[in-house]
Design a protein around this ligand. Structure first.
Ligand code: BEZ
Length: 199
């Protein structure tokens, strides 16, 4: 199956998770979503990532984003691992993890990159809009843990640029100046963005 591209509809599937079974699209509802894979349960980098996402849950909630993890381990392993994450990362896991032993979802989202590892998922991230379209993808190798603050920052940009005809420059953070799209003429820009300043 061809790799998913920006603008494609995020595939729907029946998710078997640590918080029960549900259809992915129904679980997302009208919200934004992040689905991210990790290579394996009980591994040190993954443990820090899952702990961090749990600690950042309020930040995802503030942005109206639901988060879900995935690996090709089974539910029993996930549930055992959650105890370890909670203890070592000083948190209480608060989002579902998909148990994808048959690799159905991993294959659907092209999360297994055989030239890196033919059995385990890489560190994939898909940000999905309320229209169920893929807005952003990231792929990190197993040996490199992700920066979830960067993912939140990118979501801030995605949400801003979806609602207004603007783009965000290098290293932009929420509240910084952004760039008005070329497609808007000066007159309309002045009306839409009264505080605009010309650079
Ligand atoms: C880890 O999460 O620590 C890890 C997993 C797979 C390969 C390398 C590191």
């Amino acid at each position: 199956m061809a790799a998913l591209k920006l603008g494609d509809t995020a595939p729907n599937f029946l998710a078997k998770t640590t918080e029960g079974e549900f259809m992915f699209h129904e679980w997302l509802g009208e919200k934004w979503g992040v689905i991210f894979s990790h290579p394996a349960d009980f591994t040190p980098v993954c443990t820090t990532e899952l702990g961090m996402v749990s600690k950042l849950k309020d930040e995802f909630d503030k942005r109206n984003v639901k988060v879900i993890g995935l690996s090709v381990d089974d539910l029993e392993s996930h549930n055992e691992w959650i105890k370890d994450i909670n203890e070592t990362q000083n948190t209480t896991m608060n989002f579902p993890m998909i148990a994808d032993e048959d690799k159905y979802v991993a294959n659907l989202y092209d999360m297994i990159h055989p030239n890196a590892d033919d059995k385990l998922t890489v560190r994939s991230v898909f940000v999905i809009g309320p229209d169920k379209k893929i807005k952003l993808t990231l792929t990190y190798p197993a040996s490199t843990g992700r920066d979830f603050y960067e993912i939140l920052r990118a979501i801030d940009s995605l949400q801003l640029t979806t609602n207004y005809s603007v783009a965000t420059p290098v290293n932009w953070k929420d509240g910084d100046d952004c760039i008005i799209s070329n497609s808007i003429n000066d007159e309309d820009a002045a009306k839409k963005f009264p505080r605009v300043s010309r650079q």
